[in-house]
Design a protein around this ligand. Sequence first.
Ligand SMILES: Nc1ncnc2c1ncn2[C@@H]1O[C@H](COP(=O)(O)OP(=O)(O)OP(=O)(O)O)[C@@H](O)[C@H]1O
Ligand SMILES: [Mg+2]
Length: 359
Amino acid sequence: MNQKNMFKSEKHLNREKIIELLREISYPGLSRDIVSFGFVKDIIIKDSNVIINIDITTKEYSVKKKLENDIRNKLSEINEISDLKININIHPPEDSQKKELNVEYKDLVPQIRYKIAVASGKGGVGKSTVAVNLAVALGLKGYKVGLFDSDIYGPSIPTMLNVKSNQVSTENNKIIPIEKYGIKLMSIGFFLEKDTPLIWRGPMVMKAIQQFLEDVKWVDLDYLIIDLPPGTGDAQLSISQLLNLSGAIIVTTPQDLALIDAVKGVQMFRKVNVPIIGIVENMSYFICPKCGEKTEIFGYGGGIKESNRINVPFLGEIPINPMVRVSGDTGRPIVLSDKESVVSKAFNKIAEKIINLKY
Ligand SMILES: Nc1ncnc2c1ncn2[C@@H]1O[C@H](COP(=O)(O)OP(=O)(O)OP(=O)(O)O)[C@@H](O)[C@H]1O
Ligand SMILES: [Mg+2]
């Protein structure tokens, strides 16, 4: 189907209004709404006819019926709709992925309340930067936070927090996370030989991550932020399957290409039933350090527009600022080294949104 037409707003029927109303409907039995959960697949508007496609994973008839009723009731507020068709498609949970990787879904760290993955379709967009700064920002707000660097291909968090593998200790054969800036940190990179080419195939990645997670002694935490490797491959799926993720944050940059990759990331998490918490647009704009003028290098609003189009919340935008890189390279994240900067404020705003989420 042509995406442009699918999401086009009609003269009388306002797509945003429909989304707004759908956001008031929570998934039966849960407090979270069906839009932010990612269950609304698409909304097709043709004249005064509306078709809503919903994807859910449960076969329970009552859930299907209730959702249909709730949507019908809610949208009856829009008088301009003459015909409303609701298609609720049921995708049995994760069967194909399970078979592929031959693993059961489990939760290796049930003592951690919220497990949030930071992902992107494309490399180098700032995942690790976002993961580190959000983790430290949440820690500064008084939460017990862990950060897990699962990037087997290029772990960068040890550098960003200035910690070394020789600081890792063990206790009764368990690996103890390193404490830095008030958060607990563990990187799979500590256990990889430097410069060893990693030509791991899917099941090996899965096994390595599983074993690693089983060997680390995480204490009770409010949040575990997981920095994922770039892309939508086996490592990302493995983590989703092993940790029972509460949700995923997708990092993107404003260039078109990165946005397309972000969509791929969103689709992957939807496939494995991980709710999308939202999109963070990084390197969004530049503020001139001399005159304070804001320049939107790649044009404005790509992230918001894309989030709306694919029905995921937009969490915020982080400006490009050389100090972010310097902070990363020197091991002191910008939310600590320059608390009053626009960048730090932007990270804090996103952290607030994460805290206020109803999971
Ligand atoms: N807002 C920003 N302003 C300036 N530099 C930034 C910003 N965000 C990230 N960077 C820099 O861009 C580079 C890539 O960022 P980062 O390592 O966080 O990306 P990544 O998505 O984790 O990459 P990879 O896919 O390789 O894991 C780093 O040098 C980082 O310091
Ligand atoms: Mg990274």
